[in-house]
Design a protein around this ligand. Structure first.
Ligand SMILES: Cc1cc2nc3c(=O)[nH]c(=O)nc-3n(C[C@H](O)[C@H](O)[C@H](O)COP(=O)(O)OP(=O)(O)OC[C@H]3O[C@@H](n4cnc5c(N)ncnc54)[C@H](O)[C@@H]3O)c2cc1C
Ligand code: FES
Length: 350
């Protein structure tokens, strides 16, 4: 089946499937062995994701992102969990065709849905496959942090609960710190914003991490607004399918010179400040890559959220920012892979 031997892209890595775990009748986990010489690039933060290249007779391949459900603190090997999507191509392919020993091309971990502080008390909300990044955050907080964790986890019915046994075990091992509230659509119907608000009220001063289908995320945002949680304390991960090919050989670097119209930008990245000139036709990711900076990115299409950053000063235009909520945009969040400068001078923080 998987015949990938040579990575198509200098960033991508061919990993070997070390284990396959059937989690439910609709979801399975793939555990990966990363070649020793590339392991440093696979250091990841809880909540990040991998991008997998899935063979296709129709298009050569498709790229799909899958969150790491493992924790960098408690699991030896990275693990992703895939739930079949109705009429989906990639999810069915991964559930039907992958066995132990197969090799898959992946892009290194990326994503900004990561915990701000593992010691904080947090509220976690997940529905269906949205549990994957939340599980990584949960396990990391319990093993490394000291805060209390409330997990609200919605599923269609009992049989569709992914990681049910692992959650039971964690709840009994950390009964002073972890509260798990299961919600079953088959029993309680879909949770409404009012129900979610009354459940969250006593924890409204915590930070929240949310992942699930769009209507679920909408209900959570509404509920948390009702209980007065500031929008900047609500972190959300949106699951979408990529439409482009981030595995395509690297595009030629954009020449960044003083020709043509340029802006200037001060970028804060990993504690360092970089002053760059920013041609108006280039995106911030292009400019930073051309300067050899380790800007976080994955899809470069405005679909994965890896390159999210904040404009502190100045204005940008974006071709596509559909994954950002209007509130995110109002709070200055942008996607660096889509952003081009409008102002003369900008300050941006990753
Ligand atoms: C950051 C992030 C993290 C995510 N984490 C997870 C996770 O942890 N778990 C999880 O389950 N999902 C996750 N997802 C969602 C995941 O990436 C996919 O969107 C999901 O699995 C659905 O993909 P699919 O291909 O099955 O479905 P679809 O994308 O709905 O498949 C249909 C699409 O495939 C095309 N298609 C159909 N047949 C073919 C063919 N033969 N060749 C090529 N194309 C074809 C169709 O034209 C259509 O566009 C995440 C997404 C993101 C962005
Ligand atoms: S790199 Fe995926 S949204 Fe920018």
């Amino acid at each position: 089946m998987t015949t990938v031997t040579t990575p198509r892209n200098s960033r991508s890595v061919v990993v070997t499937v070390a284990a396959v775990v059937e989690e439910t009748s609709e979801a399975r986990s793939l555990v990966f062995d990363v070649p020793p010489e590339r392991r440093d690039e696979f250091a990841y933060k809880p909540g990040q994701f991998l991008t997998l290249r899935i063979p296709s007779d129709r298009s050569g391949s498709v790229a799909r992102c899958y969150s790491l459900a493992s924790s960098p603190f408690t699991d030896d090997l990275p693990k992703v969990t895939i739930k079949r999507t109705a009429d989906g191509y990639g999810s069915h392919w991964l559930c039907d065709h992958v066995d132990v020993g197969d090799r898959i091309e992946v892009l290194p971990p990326a994503g900004a849905f990561t915990p701000v502080d593992l010691d904080e008390d947090v509220l976690l909300f997940a529905a269906g496959s949205g549990i994957t990044p939340v599980m990584s955050i949960l396990k990391s907080a319990l093993s490394q942090g000291s805060g209390k964790v409330m997990l609200f986890y919605a599923n269609r019915d009992e049989r569709s609960i992914i990681f049910a046994a692992e959650l039971r075990e964690l709840a009994s091992r950390h009964d002073d710190r972890l509260t798990v509230v299961h919600w079953l659509e088959s029993v309680q119907g879909l949770p409404t914003a009012r129900q979610l608000a009354s459940l969250s009220d006593r924890w409204h001063d915590r930070r929240a991490y949310v992942c699930g289908p769009r209507p679920f995320m909408g209900a959570i945002h509404e509920a948390l607004a009702l209980v007065g949680m500031p929008r900047n304390k609500v972190h959300a991960e949106v699951f979408t399918s990529l439409s482009g090919d981030p595995f395509a050989p690297e595009v030629e670097q954009i020449p960044v010179g003083d020709e043509g119209s340029t802006a200037t930008v001060e970028v804060q990245l990993d504690g360092d400040t970089h002053n760059l000139s920013w041609p108006r036709a280039a995106t911030l990711v292009d400019v930073m890559l051309s300067k050899g900076l380790e800007v976080p990115y994955s899809c470069r299409e405005g679909e994965c959220g890896s390159c999210a950053c904040t404009v502190i000063e100045g204005e940008v235009s974006m071709d596509s920012a559909a994954i950002l909520d209007p509130e995110d945009i109002a709070n200055g969040y942008i996607l660096a892979c889509q952003a081009r400068p409008v102002s003369e001078h900008l300050r941006i923080e990753f």
